[in-house]
Design a protein. Structure first.
Length: 97
């Protein structure tokens, strides 16, 4: 996925504001179960919020880049222990500015 412009990232952050975290990363960090859950969420929506357990071995900021690479998605935001990822569907449902 290509990099997003600041305006596009801002638009996606505003859309993600009302979403709830649907994928949880546990203490073991990036695992096959987490990747499976992430793929299942991306099958239904383009914007996914991920919650990281406070006891996770890897900090959320570092985990965000690994999750994005593994899922073929683009990192949008990390706020505290919450990560927002974007992967456009075919055809895209979210119109980016």
């Amino acid at each position: 996925m290509t990099d997003l412009s600041g305006k596009q990232r801002r638009h996606l952050r505003s859309l993600a504001n009302t979403l709830k975290a649907t994928v949880q990363v546990g203490r073991e960090g990036l695992s096959a179960g987490v990747l499976g859950s992430l793929e299942a969420e991306f099958a239904h929506r383009e914007l996914v919020k991920v919650s990281v357990n406070p006891n996770a071995e890897t900090p959320a900021r570092e985990l965000a880049t690994d999750l994005a690479k593994a899922a073929g998605a683009t990192w949008v935001q990390t706020l505290g222990r919450t990560i927002v990822l974007y992967r456009p569907a075919d055809p895209p449902e979210i119109a980016l500015p």
